[in-house]
Design a binder for this molecule. Structure first.
Ligand SMILES: [Zn+2]
Length: 496
């Protein structure tokens, strides 16, 4: 049956101010948008949006859910924030473009992965990026070598296959294995696969702190070798000693924006989240067997306690997510110095999730308000009852919190654009991101006064406030009146 959304304020994703209009949904598409009352005589299901904003469904351009969603397709954290499309495969870890498996699911390439997504009942749409780390690992393993001409050819072939099967572009994660072993020449050679196309290069840069300027120059050079379209992932300046680099950073980006297409994304938090082994300073950060070494040798344990005095991270404020306590709290509890407490955690499991208070609130706000910055969670989107979920509140709170923060600095229309029309344009996602006649009816209805998230590290399954209804491909995907019912209309979206 057709649906009409009545009495809402329509915010169309272009940046325009909300307008008092009604909207008609027919066959999964936006059939018409017209002044209030225009559809009163229509034989359609009536949905009252009085006092609320009706916007295009939010688009999460920075997600890491590609494998987890196969195992946990249901009550997904993105959907409950009003997200209708997530772009997976960021930070070089795009597994859909190489042979892979998850539980009973197996795929050889992106075509097969897309078929799995379409066979499953996932509530939100999926767009993917091909991951450089995944491709390099498939061809070279985790070898720290320069790629040979044959290896480079093989990597490029995998990338080209993914791009022709509908990947929106490719991503790199140059602080992770094995991407950190690649050089600019390798990245440029791969980037050529996007020449003459609109496919984007999204990068978690080689440095976001001490070597930030070289890293951003490298990102620009790599994009210039291909489509000249760059997305800087989770744009930030990490560690207090680098906070003042923000002016020069934005100057570099904005200078190059005159001749090429550069955008960025950012989550609305100042804690990052990754494994606890990131507290290790060189040369210990390259030791894959740190747990075994710590367990085996008393002297090595003392060596690490001493080395942790030079950790690149602030140990005291580092949160061990499984305990929701800082290392300082854990140390106090045990009556030992924080470096020793940290060493004991590493010995238990260097892959424990940790959150690092390493960013500036002032810079965060400045970045979020930039007209070329989209919302992006950087989360491993999860099913809310999945006990192994990542634990950072960004997984459940990014979009409500982004709206709440940005709408204090920008008009409502502009705030919504950064979560809808801008991401759809940047990632070339067809027929979505805007409320326009004949566009696909991916929509969210929300209460602008209420929209926010109070999720924290201990409350990361807390539902956001203010989301009323979410529509994916014209069907109700989530409704606050029936919160246990989840839609199944999500599709794989090929970007050609
Ligand atoms: Zn990243």
């Amino acid at each position: 049956m057709d649906k009409v959304i009545l009495n809402g304020m329509i915010c169309d994703g272009s940046g325009s101010a909300p307008e008092a209009k009604d909207l008609l949904i027919k066959d999964g598409r936006i059939a018409d948008v017209a002044p209030r009352g225009s559809f009163n005589q229509c034989d359609a299901e009536k949905i009252d949006a009085a006092g609320k904003i009706v916007a295009p469904g939010f688009i999460d351009v920075h997600s890491h859910g590609d494998v987890r969603k196969l195992q946990f397709p249901g009550r997904r954290s993105v959907l409950l924030q009003g997200v209708t499309t997530e772009v997976d495969g960021n930070c070089g870890s795009g597994l859909s473009c190489v042979p892979g498996s998850s539980g009973d699911f197996k795929w050889q390439n992106l075509d097969e992965y897309a078929r799995i997504i379409n066979d499953l009942t996932i509530p939100v749409n999926t767009v993917v990026l091909a991951g450089h780390n995944s491709i390099r690992r498939h061809i070279m393993g985790d070898r720290p070598d320069k790629a040979s001409p044959d290896e480079l050819k093989a990597m490029r072939k995998l990338l080209e296959n993914a791009l022709s099967s509908g990947a929106a572009g490719w991503s790199s994660g140059l602080t992770y294995f094995p991407g950190k072993f690649s050089d600019e020449d390798e990245l440029k050679a791969l980037s050529q696969a996007t020449s003459g196309s609109e496919k984007i290069y999204a990068t978690h840069m080689r440095s976001e702190g001490d070597d930030l300027f070289n890293a951003v120059e490298e990102a620009i050079h790599v994009a210039q070798a291909g489509s000249k379209r760059l997305q800087i992932s989770h744009l930030k300046t990490i560690f207090p000693r680098n906070f003042n680099k923000i002016d020069r950073l934005l100057e570099i980006i904005e200078t190059h924006r005159r001749t090429m297409d550069i955008h960025a994304d950012r989550y609305p938090y100042i804690h990052s989240s990754t494994v606890i082994r990131q507290i290790l300073p060189p040369p210990y950060d390259k030791m894959v067997d740190i747990k075994e070494r710590l367990s085996a040798c008393e002297n090595f344990r003392e060596e690490i306690v001493a080395a942790l005095k030079n950790s690149p991270r602030d140990l005291s404020t580092t949160i061990l997510i499984s305990q929701n306590r800082t290392l300082a709290e854990i140390a106090l509890d045990k009556g030992i110095p924080v470096e020793r407490a940290a060493m004991e955690v590493l010995m238990e499991n260097p892959s424990f999730s940790a959150a690092y208070l390493c960013m500036s609130e002032t810079n965060l706000k400045r970045i979020l308000a930039l007209p070329y910055v989209c919302a992006g969670s950087d989360a491993i989107s999860c099913q809310l009852d999945d006990p192994t979920a990542e634990g950072h509140p960004r997984a459940i709170g990014t979009f409500p919190k982004f709206y709440n923060l940005v709408s204090k600095m920008c008009p409502i229309g502009e705030t919504v654009r950064k979560m809808t029309g801008l991401p759809a344009t940047v990632f070339r996602i067809p027929e979505r991101g805007f409320i326009r006649k004949n566009y696909i009816a991916d929509l969210v209805i929300f209460d602008a006064q209420e929209l926010d998230s109070a999720a924290g590290f201990s409350r990361n399954n807390m539902l956001p406030k203010g989301i009323d209804k979410v529509f994916v491909n014209g069907k109700i995907a989530w409704n606050s009146a029936e919160p246990e019912k989840i839609g199944d209309a999500g599709r794989f979206i090929a970007v050609n």
